[in-house]
Design a protein around this ligand. Structure first.
Ligand SMILES: [Ca+2]
Length: 246
């Protein structure tokens, strides 16, 4: 199952007479991504949070236009969106009117993100922090996604089998624990807490021990979900999704 996408990248402020040209950012050939979405069955009250892992592949940039595929996907639908560069040279891809025209009938109301050139700083976006919103009848889903370029130099993602997030004995807190080898030794561990009540996650950053173990007590309750990713020398890994267990 595939969803094809077409990205139209507009370079606002590039080449204008007398203006300082912004740095032109382009896209890598492929990205791995994790979306964390809240589902509102009645369109009003969120009742669950769910992950969607996907890849954006086969990206081909011609001038300011890029095309590619999102895979895998639950539907088989096409859409296009416009983007532009902000004053920092970051690529913004806001969606105003994307419409899916497929068999599922789900409509994308908003889709976009900020592409960032982290490491190596070479004009190719290494990360995209995105947002996504859809509706199907009165039910809506919305949330954010984390995308990282497929690159050899990218750090290993968190080893899911070596991580647990459990309710703390202290009310309103969870214990995040990574066993030795959970991440690369001394890596930064980014922890994003998602709650039903808010779209944007709460962010914490800790550092692993030399053996890759880590531990943190963070605010949290049953039903929250967490996304972890490692960051080594400024470069983020693919993200991983965790639920709270007792
Ligand atoms: Ca780069």
């Amino acid at each position: 199952m595939r969803r094809s996408i077409a990205l139209l990248l507009l370079c606002v402020g590039c080449g204008g007479s007398g203006e300082t040209p912004v740095r032109v950012l382009t896209l890598n050939e492929a990205y791995d991504a994790l979306a964390v979405l809240r589902k509102f069955p009645d369109g009003i009250v969120a009742d669950s949070i769910f992950p969607v892992y996907f890849r954006i592949t086969g990206i081909d940039v011609q001038g300011r236009r890029a095309t590619g595929l999102i895979e895998p996907d639950a539907s088989n639908e096409n859409y296009a969106f416009d983007g532009d560069f902000d004053s920092n040279g970051d690529l913004l891809m806001p969606i105003g009117s994307a419409t899916l025209t497929g068999t599922i009938g789900e409509t994308v109301d908003e889709l976009g993100g900020r592409a960032q050139d982290t490491t190596p700083e070479d004009g190719v976006a290494d990360e995209i922090d995105g947002y996504l919103g859809t509706h199907l009848g009165m039910a809506i889903s919305n949330g954010v996604f984390f995308a990282v370029a497929q690159q050899d130099v990218r750090p290993e993602e968190v080893d899911e089998a070596r991580v647990s997030i459990t309710l703390s004995s202290e009310l309103g807190f969870v214990q995040v624990a990574g066993a030795a080898g959970a991440v690369i030794g001394r890596a930064g561990v980014e922890i994003f807490r998602f709650r039903l009540s808010q779209r944007e996650p709460e962010f914490s950053l800790i550092q692993a021990d030399g053996d890759g173990a880590f531990s943190a007590k963070l605010a949290g309750i049953e039903g929250d979900v967490y996304v972890l990713r490692t960051r080594v020398i400024g470069k983020a890994s693919d993200a991983r999704y965790f639920t709270v267990t007792r």
